[in-house]
Design a protein around this ligand. Structure first.
Ligand code: P6P
Length: 346
């Protein structure tokens, strides 16, 4: 019997690292892991059962909701409600926050922000999709949790993680003590410790962004893109373009190989497309813990003021040296955007 360490064993073993180590966070991470296994089962057979296609509704982003989004959202909400450690959920799929004030959660101290199935438009074409989660301790002292409890800066996160449903299913998370990855072994139904101390390469050769938006990119992004594509042997250019259209998959690949992911402001997304609370902040926490960097082109993502649950932001995230180089182009060629973004934050 190989000495496999499961996610549950790892969480218990590392529990002492956590300042509030009474087992609450451990149980919360366990609950998320259980829901991830259930979602994985359905994602893996999405083509076989009638959960593909439009669920006929639109989510708060005005995007057509696919049945698997709805299913995944229900599974994570159900697991968090029954686990008893969570008092509030903010989900991409729900316009308002979900208060959990049942008897079992009476003393719950944690708030979870989640994108239950990011990149779900890729499901029908069998491309990797992901779940992204962020965990905070509640700010309010007592009574039912409110929106205030989730409108916290990224620096206040106590844990963050993602699940990538790809060629294998992995759960990657941090509690502020580095980043560790677990691969689901379907034969035993357990996430097994497979990627200890994940480190984001300081530089790389891959850039990920939707070049279809080129004409609407800020000048700084256009100039950086041309920099990536220019021939220069000394700095290992031209780089390679890799864009899956699934943020978790793009960032996971870049964390292993090195690279930068950019979703800047565009004409259709003047404040950026990706959501700060349940996409950018958790991924920024993970990437920074692995030694990478995450900003909005000018300011650290985790320092951004959070005013709304579904707030959007541009994001430059990945290998530290590549993000810093892109920021140089933003500073030189799109300085006016800095004030625009600061006004949005205010
Ligand atoms: P576009 C998926 O819808 C998502 O939220 C991210 O996972 C992904 O990186 C991005 O949007 C893709 O957006 O505009 O390039 O299709």
């Amino acid at each position: 019997m190989t000495n496999v360490m499961t996610l549950g064993q790892f969480i218990i073993e590392r529990q002492a690292e956590f300042p509030y180590a009474k087992g609450e966070l451990s149980r919360l991470l366990r609950d998320i892991g259980i829901a991830a296994k259930i979602v994985n089962r359905e994602v893996n057979k999405a083509g076989l059962v009638d959960i593909l296609g439009e669920a006929g509704t639109m989510n708060v982003q005005g995007e057509a909701v696919k049945k698997l989004d709805v299913y995944a959202n229900e599974q994570f909400i159900s697991a968090l409600k029954s686990g008893g450690e969570c008092c509030l959920i903010a989900s991409e799929e729900n316009e308002d926050v979900i208060q959990i004030d049942g008897e079992v959660s009476r003393n719950a101290r944690y708030v979870v922000a989640i994108d239950p199935l990011d990149g779900s438009s890729n499901i029908d074409v069998n491309v990797a999709v992901g779940t992204i989660f962020s965990i905070y301790r509640r700010k309010t002292e007592s009574g039912p949790c409110t929106k205030i409890d989730v409108l916290q800066k990224g620096t206040e996160q106590v844990a963050a993680g993602y699940i990538i449903y790809g060629s294998s299913t992995m759960l990657v998370y941090t509690t502020g003590h580095g980043v560790n990855g677990f691969t689901l072994d379907p034969s035993i139904g357990e996430f097994c410790f497979s990627h200890p101390n994940m480190v984001f390469p300081k530089t790389g050769k891959m850039y990920s962004l939707n070049e279809g938006n080129y004409v609407h990119f800020p000048e700084g992004v256009k100039k950086y893109l041309k920099y990536c594509q220019a021939e220069d042997k000394e700095t290992n250019r031209p780089y390679t373009s890799r864009y899956i259209g699934s943020m978790v998959a793009d960032i996971h690949r870049n964390m292993i190989k090195g690279g930068i992911f950019i979703y800047p402001t565009t004409a259709s997304s003047p404040k950026g497309k990706l959501r700060l609370v349940y996409e950018c902040n958790p991924l920024a926490f993970i990437v920074e813990q692995a030694g990478g960097r995450a900003t909005n082109g000018f300011k650290r993502i985790m320092d951004l003021q959070v005013n709304e649950v579904h707030q959007r932001t541009p994001i430059f995230i990945g290998s530290e040296e590549m993000v810093k180089k892109a920021e140089e182009f933003m500073k030189e060629f799109s300085p006016e955007l800095k004030e625009v973004l600061e006004a949005v934050e205010a």
